[in-house]
Design a protein around this ligand. Structure first.
Ligand code: PLP
Length: 271
């Protein structure tokens, strides 16, 4: 793991944050995780754009693209074998309560190896809803405790990832992934109105494979012929089971979407 904190690369033991950092005390922060191939961060421009969008949602001052790009370059120069980079921006040193105060934001980047995704995954629907009307719906914030609880529930149920529905019972997303499924041969994915994150991988699969955004209830998966999930660290991952119902991992639509993503993401490093 290599660390860049508030201006430069630091040894682990020198990387210190305030005990009052608002990201730590109230989850007042935004972040991005992207994969790195041969020293190049994939889709950096899209990740930076989303970081700014998330920051705007929280009213948090995200540093400029020049600052962020320079920090990523310095970090990757120091970690020649990085497989992933996480950028975190928080409210910085703040008052003990919920109000933010006027501190400089904290900018923290961490790189490390990327664990290859399994050939396929399993999902379980969790009993808690994603709130599509939440103040932070669709923002990638450091307030991830709901995802921690949901993922632990999925793991305890023997699944790899949780599946959230929105408050109306529509299919939404996983704790760290977007979901796609095939109905009548068409590739579909929950619309952003369900409160799911506008995943970078999701957006590219929609553009490159022509998926349609829909609002559909959980029962739609009972009719689906294939299911897959996407994320920056998984790319396109087939799903072999949802709530115990099985799906083929080598369905033609999934195979095509995975192959297209693999090919175009190799050709276009910042699509
Ligand atoms: C809640 C959530 N949904 C979806 C995704 C997938 O987004 P991306 O493809 O940008 O990694 C993530 C990524 O971690 C996530 O945290």
């Amino acid at each position: 793991m290599t660390v860049w904190l508030n201006g430069g690369v630091l040894a682990d033991e020198d990387a210190r944050l305030s005990v009052r950092d608002h990201g730590l005390t109230v989850g007042d922060g935004v972040f991005e995780t992207m994969k790195v191939e041969s020293g190049v961060p994939f889709a950096l421009s899209r990740h930076l754009a989303r970081l700014h969008t998330s920051g705007q949602r929280l009213g948090l001052a995200v540093p400029s693209d020049d600052t962020l790009r320079a920090a990523v370059s310095e970090l990757l120069a120091a970690d020649g074998s990085a497989g992933r980079v996480r950028i975190t921006v928080t409210g910085g040193d703040g008052p003990p309560g919920t109000e933010r105060g006027g501190a400089m934001p904290t900018l923290l980047l961490v790189s490390g190896p990327r664990v290859p995704a399994a050939a396929s995954g399993s999902l379980v629907t969790v009993p808690w809803a994603r709130n599509e009307r939440s103040a932070i719906a669709g923002a990638k914030t450091t307030s991830y405790a709901e995802n921690v609880v949901a993922l632990a529930h999925a793991r305890a149920s023997g699944a790899d990832e949780a599946l959230f529905l929105d408050t109306r019972g529509n299919l939404c997303e996983g704790t760290g992934s977007n979901v796609f499924f095939v109905l009548d041969g068409r590739l579909l994915t929950p619309a952003l109105t369900t409160g799911c994150l506008a995943g970078v991988t999701r957006g590219l699969v929609i553009e490159w494979s022509g998926a349609t955004e829909v609002e559909l209830p959980r029962v739609a998966l009972d009719e689906a012929s294939e299911v897959l999930i996407t994320s920056s660290t998984r790319d396109v991952q087939p799903v072999h089971s949802v709530d115990g119902r099985t799906y083929p991992v080598d369905g033609s639509v999934t195979r095509e979407a995975a192959a297209t993503f693999a090919r175009l993401s190799r050709e276009r490093l910042d699509p």
